[in-house]
Design a protein around this ligand. Structure first.
Ligand SMILES: Nc1ncnc2c1ncn2[C@@H]1O[C@H](COP(=O)(O)OP(=O)(O)OP(=O)(O)O)[C@@H](O)[C@H]1O
Ligand SMILES: O=P(O)(O)OC[C@H]1O[C@](O)(CO)[C@@H](O)[C@@H]1O
Ligand SMILES: [Mg+2]
Length: 529
């Protein structure tokens, strides 16, 4: 179990600075390099956008002395410490009790005591975070730690129910809160957390309404939750509890948690929400409270580090197909038709990239991680001109965070401090229209912005499964006595991760990755610079 000092604080809200601050997570690493430590100076770059410059592994590890024959051992030990999970017993003297969580397997113990089917996970079980051994730094998408690209083992903690727990379920009050923007699957996670708590024997379960606001807005009351209440909530999109952006000081939130006598807090949200959850966890530790704070990462943007994917992403990609297909049909049915679809993705182009790959109908995919020009010989407009000449139509997919350098920025922020982006979709639409008018060529431009429609729907089957497992594991993590952790899926295995490790920056598409290259192969688009 971790000592406080082994947890990298990554500049989260400190006690002096607890009020919310403007932020715009600089996109400093890609999925490929996500496990590597980002130099402190590069963390939480205020209001910077997702950069196309991926920090290559070797640069990120420039503080390692590779001439030391034991560097790998040091790295692996350091990694183990970084991914150690904060536990209530780090600060409190607690005695575990046998778990109350069992599967309903009849003959279980009495006949074969050694063969219980309840399958508890051992605290020392680990999952391997990275599974490819790159032969050379020049291998496509290589993630290297040293210049030779040696094999280094990086293990993270396996999620699941433990044999011993640190709470007597009957006395537990558990709370669930959903923050940030909407995301398909929020209700599935809420539902599964309630059901799993119920199986442990927890009777006092509440929802905090409208995100962190529910902790300080006196006009909002807790929502009692039970199996019966949540039974069908997964059939609808949105959040049964409501969401919000913006907040009060962490100290006020923890005062509220204490006043409500909450023992376990399940926090569903993106990187901002997780920064808040970690700050709440740190404040609880400071006050020596026996409270477990467990996150469940939520974002259609898929921009949380280290995870295969976050829930809601699959659904978003699937729903985006409807918009892309409409744009394609409009474009192909019109004389010189150009379809343009804007998809969400503030810092990362995962939705745009995957929707492009999935649809097979996109000619140009534009994402925040890859800079592009509209004008000029190599610009997007010139390429569209060629497509109109050769194919007679074209379809463009753009992520909302793409090409922000082409727009005038206001520096305005939302209630959570996220920069309000310029509308790249409208900008490109106007540019296409004026370009074709300027060259005297007819073009029929149809712009579709399905962003909120994509976010508000219910989870598809694959996301619903992910939500179910994450919800269960969140509860197992809290009963196991962990706090300041989040749940995720790494290489198809379910794991617990210390919150700071997943929010040092948004996860971004690596322009050198095989996936982006596959996307380029699918569209046939050139570089636009
Ligand atoms: N650094 C921080 N410390 C404490 N609380 C934070 C921090 N950043 C954001 N929050 C709070 O977390 C909540 C959600 O943050 P935010 O609006 O950025 O959404 P998010 O969790 O990043 O999700 P989304 O993916 O929808 O943007 C807000 O109530 C916000 O005030
Ligand atoms: O309009 P809202 O609710 O602030 O949310 C918009 C943001 O939500 C996200 O989907 C993240 O959840 C971003 O891609 C987008 O910028
Ligand atoms: Mg966010």
């Amino acid at each position: 179990m971790a000592s406080v000092s082994s947890i990298n604080g990554v500049g989260l809200v400190n006690p002096e600075q607890q009020a919310l601050h403007p932020k715009g997570f600089g996109c400093n690493s890609s999925s490929q390099f996500s496990c590597l430590r980002i130099p402190d100076s590069k963390k939480y770059t205020k209001n910077s956008r997702c950069s196309s410059t991926v920090i290559r592994a070797v640069n990120a590890n420039s503080d390692i002395d590779f001439s030391d024959p034991n560097w790998k051992q040091h790295y692996e030990e350091d990694f183990e410490k970084r991914f150690d999970l904060p536990h209530l017993t780090d600060l409190l003297d607690l005695t575990p009790i046998p778990t109350t969580f069992t599967h309903k397997s009849r003959a279980a113990d009495e006949t074969k005591p050694g063969e219980r089917k309840n399958g508890y996970v051992n605290d020392d079980d680990r999952a391997l975070l990275k599974v490819i051994k790159f032969a050379s730094p020049s291998s496509a998408g290589a993630e290297c730690i040293d210049p030779e690209c040696s094999w280094v083992e990086q293990w993270v903690h396996r999620a699941g129910p433990r044999k011993n727990i640190y709470y007597e379920p009957v006395g537990v009050k558990a709370a669930i809160v959903t923050c940030g923007g909407l995301c398909p699957g929020l209700n599935d996670v809420i539902r599964q957390i309630v059901i799993t708590l119920d199986i442990y024997g927890v009777k006092n379960i509440v929802g905090i309404p409208f995100g962190y606001r529910g902790f300080y807005d006196k006009s909002l009351s807790e929502i009692p939750l039970s199996r019966r209440v949540v039974q069908n909530i997964n059939l609808a999109g949105g959040s049964f509890l409501g969401v919000s952006r913006g907040s009060t000081s962490v100290s006020n939130i923890v005062d509220s948690i204490q006043a409500r006598r909450i023992d376990m807090l399940f926090v569903l949200g993106g990187n901002g929400t997780h920064a808040g959850a970690n700050a709440i966890h740190e404040e609880c530790r400071k006050r020596k409270l026996k409270i477990s704070v467990v996150g469940v990462p939520k974002t259609i943007d898929n921009d949380i580090l280290l995870m295969d994917k976050t829930f809601g992403f699959d659904t978003a990609v699937e729903e985006a197909q409807r918009a892309i297909n409409s744009a394609y049909i409009e474009a192909h049915s019109a004389y010189h038709g150009i379809g343009l679809v804007k998809l969400m993705g503030r810092s990362s182009g995962f939705i745009a990239m995957h929707a492009t790959l999935s649809s097979g109908q996109i000619d140009v995919c534009l994402i925040p991680e890859v800079p592009f020009s509209l004008e000029g010989d190599y610009g997007v407009l010139q390429h569209l001109e060629q497509l109109i000449q050769t194919k007679g139509s074209a379809v463009v997919c753009v992520a909302e965070g793409a090409g922000q350098n082409l727009l005038e920025t206001s520096n305005a922020t939302d209630a959570s401090g996220n920069i309000i982006l310029g509308d790249i979709g409208v900008h490109i639409q106007q540019k296409i229209k004026s370009h074709f008018k300027g060259i005297g060529v007819h073009a029929d431009v149809k712009y579709i912005d399905p962003t909120y429609m994509i976010r508000a729907i219910r989870a598809n089957a694959s996301d619903a499964i992910l939500c179910t497992v994450l919800g269960q594991n969140a509860v197992h993590g809290a009963f196991a006595g962990y706090s300041g952790i989040t749940v995720g899926i790494c290489n198809t295995h379910y794991v617990y991760l210390p919150i700071p490790e997943v929010i040092t920056s948004p996860r971004c598409v690596d322009p050198n990755s095989r996936m982006w290259h596959r996307c380029l192969t699918a569209t046939g688009q050139p570089d636009f610079l």
